[in-house]
Design a protein around this ligand. Structure first.
Ligand code: PEP
Ligand code: MN
Length: 263
């Protein structure tokens, strides 16, 4: 049923100087939510010095509770664009509304579709008509097949730059926020030619487990990682409990460098 995702030998996705699916590990890092310009600037200045290829930051936050912090919206995208200009680093943020596509095309280098919107087919079709890489995250109650069929919605509409992301699924286990489906990496690698990355942060839900899951993902064949990092996780406006402090992230990057073929 996957007509488009197997068409090419290996779909390489280029974002600025960064290439996904090129026998290298791409590191995406940054806070769950963009909070203000100074904090993202300070964090980004350190991240880019430590092998981070792409800076992440949520501006429109699809929170499970309507009473949780919802993000700073368009202002956050402006802040990300400034980071992109200043550090010459690609940036990524999550879209939640089909009406915001023009805004995202203007401000970010990769548009992220989050777990909660993986089956928002109208959004996927519209993203298929633009010329901008899409990071498609697996829904936490979705099968690998459903993820691939969602990817087809984008690909079949013309946009071939799709990166898949495993971010943990809901199981009976509750020691972690979700269960990282490490099998998804080799299975996706078998079933498609698209780049596959892993987000250990939303899978684990606790910073202590990020290192193990990151190394496991690379050993399993992932093309990259997306990791939440925050200068002061205890004061983060979202997902502080799963965010690494910069020092911990830099230690992890050193370990990754030892096991990755290229970084
Ligand atoms: C995120 O990456 O900020 C996020 C909300 O993740 P997910 O959609 O996987 O929950
Ligand atoms: Mn988050």
């Amino acid at each position: 049923p996957y007509k488009e995702s197997l068409k090419q030998e290996k779909r390489k996705v280029n974002v600025g100087n960064v290439t996904f699916n090129d026998d290298n590990i791409v590191l995406i890092a940054g806070p769950c939510s963009i909070e203000n310009d100074q904090s993202l600037d300070l964090l980004s200045s350190q991240l880019v010095k430590h092998h981070t290829h792409i800076i992440r930051g949520g501006a429109f936050k699809p929170r499970t509770s309507p009473y949780s912090f919802q993000g700073i919206g368009e202002k956050g995208l402006h802040i990300l664009k400034e980071i992109n200009r200043k550090y010459k680093v690609p940036v990524i943020s999550e879209i939640t509304d089909v009406r915001d596509i023009d805004l995202f095309v203007k401000y970010v280098d990769i548009i992220q579709v989050g777990a909660r919107n993986m089956q928002n087919y109208v959004l996927l079709e519209e993203l298929g008509k633009i010329n901008k890489p899409i990071l498609l995250k697996r829904g936490f109650v979705n099968t690998i097949e459903e993820l691939l069929l969602s990817a087809e919605y984008i690909l079949a509409n013309g946009n071939k730059d799709v990166i898949l992301c495993e971010r943990g699924i809901r199981t009976f286990e509750n020691q972690t926020r979700n269960t990282l489906d490490i099998s998804a990496v080799p299975v996706l690698k078998k079933l498609t030619n698209l780049p596959v990355i892993v987000d250990p942060s939303h899978a684990a839900g606790h910073w202590e487990y990020i290192e193990s899951l990151s190394l496991a993902a690379i050993a399993a064949g992932a093309d990259g990682l997306m990791i939440e990092v925050h200068e002061n996780p205890e004061f983060a406006l979202s997902d502080g409990q799963q965010s690494l402090k910069p020092e911990k992230y830099f230690n992890l990057v050193e370990k990754i460098k030892k096991i990755a073929i290229a970084i």
